[in-house]
Design a protein around this ligand. Structure first.
Ligand code: NDP
Ligand code: MG
Length: 389
């Protein structure tokens, strides 16, 4: 029985993880669940898993309408204690946004393997995280569907060509659904409504990542994430739009052969693979039906319209704290769009303006990354207050 810690248990990744765990009760024991404020969902989970621990990072004990038992933890310090005492072997980090970084660090510092959905962890502090994982003898198993695909492809291809002592990977090809505005005209996209941005064609996810899919910032973040996870230069990372979301990504070898990973668009799949790694478990997913028509198509991304994608490549080239700013400024811009303060088209403009400042430097500590995150968010808020609709 593998002991599993579920961070962000009340969200979309959390729900998919709970599905995987409840399907395989003989393999996984959940030892802890965290959320920000959703105490009602955690209460339900407490009734279902009375032996587990619970943590609410955004509330205190006094905020609750009931008296919690000693297995409940609160706030940032509570989260540290909760992770430390969990006894988990693997943690799935499904916390939304930059707050997920702190949790990832604590998980690794406690020698717990990290099944990573929170892409912000690698975007904001990839180099530091890799060092922390190495120091604590932990592995990071990507859960983001594209990176999960690339991880399993690269791992198996490297084993296949283990006798060959030269680099074999010439390119990583990340697939993107293209989001709800893939075929829309530029002018119409600029003033798109929140309700349109939330209509993702293939995936069901949290609000922030769904808006990011519409601007293609999600793919931008994933390019940065891939650069960090797989130590590959950005010119060897390509994005192709694949509207059906069946091919989760591809790897090209130096002989120009391309290997792809396919499965139904359901996050339970990469989650199940990360939890069972290095074993392969039949988690009961729907197989492909090749007896009926199946369309798989690819097209180039419209980088002139979806500016967040080329901006991500520029961010990597600039290095320093620029990736932290790309993420932080985008978080604030998306929040403002959701609140109706700015138009859809303003999101990338605000990020671009924030990135124009000087963010050079060496992110050599988690404190420096957190400081930059706070600073760039403050600057983004100031830019927004000048441009509110
Ligand atoms: P959701 O918004 O659905 O869920 C977010 C979870 O994080 C909730 O449990 C929420 O708690 C918790 N949370 C929110 N803010 C904080 C905070 N400040 N501190 C601690 N916990 C917090 O997000 P998703 O599940 O969609 O995404 C989670 C992460 O996974 C993101 O990084 C996303 O990019 C990544 N990801 C998601 C995919 C998906 O299919 N959804 C696919 C690939 C990657 P509460 O309910 O109390 O607010
Ligand atoms: Mg993804």
């Amino acid at each position: 029985m593998k002991k599993v810690l579920v961070l962000g248990a009340t969200g979309s990744i959390g729900a998919s993880t709970l599905r995987v765990i409840s399907e395989k009760k003989d393999l996984y024991t959940p030892v802890g669940f965290s959320a920000n404020k959703d105490y009602k969902k955690l209460q339900e989970l407490n009734a279902q898993y009375p032996g587990a621990m619970f943590c609410l990072t955004g509330l205190t004990k006094d905020d609750l309408p009931f008296k919690p038992d000693s297995n409940w933890f609160f706030g940032k310090t509570g989260l540290e204690e909760f992770i430390q005492n969990s006894g988990a072997e693997i943690c799935i980090n499904g916390i939304a946004g930059s707050p997920g970084l702190f949790a990832s660090v604590k998980v690794l510092e406690n020698g717990i393997n990290l099944a990573l959905a929170n892409k912000e962890t690698m975007v904001m502090a990839g180099d530091l995280i890799k060092k922390t994982a190495k120091k604590n003898h932990c592995c990071i198993i990507p859960v983001d569907s594209e990176h999960s695909a690339v991880f399993f492809l690269i791992t198996s291809l490297k084993k296949c060509f283990s006798e060959f002592n030269e680099p074999i990977i010439s390119r990583i090809i990340l697939t993107a659904s293209g989001g709800p505005f893939r075929t829309w005209e530029k002018n119409k996209i600029m003033t798109a409504k929140l309700s349109d941005a939330l209509k993702h064609p293939t995936w069901s996810m949290g609000r922030k990542i769904t808006v990011d899919s519409a601007t293609m910032a999600n793919k931008g973040l994933e390019v940065i994430e891939a650069w960090q996870l797989f130590d590959i230069s950005p010119d060897k990372i390509t994005v192709t739009v694949h509207p059906q979301s069946l091919v989760h990504s591809m790897v090209e070898l130096i002989d120009n052969s391309v290997y792809a990973q396919l499965s139904q668009p359901d996050m339970a799949h990469p989650i199940a693979q990360a939890l069972s790694y290095p074993y392969c478990v039949n988690s009961g997913f729907r197989p492909f039906d090749f007896s009926s028509f199946l369309t798989i198509s690819f097209e180039p991304p419209r980088s002139d319209v979806f500016r967040m994608l080329p901006l991500a490549y520029e961010t990597i080239k600039k290095g320093g704290f620029y990736p932290v700013v790309y993420n932080g400024a985008n978080e604030i811009a998306v929040e403002s769009f959701i609140q109706g303060k700015i138009t859809f088209g303003e999101i990338s403009r605000i990020v671009e303006e924030c990135l124009q400042k000087d963010w050079n430097g060496v992110p050599d500590s988690y404190e420096s990354v957190e400081d930059c995150n706070i600073q760039c968010k403050e600057i983004s808020r100031r830019i927004i207050s000048k441009t509110e609709v």
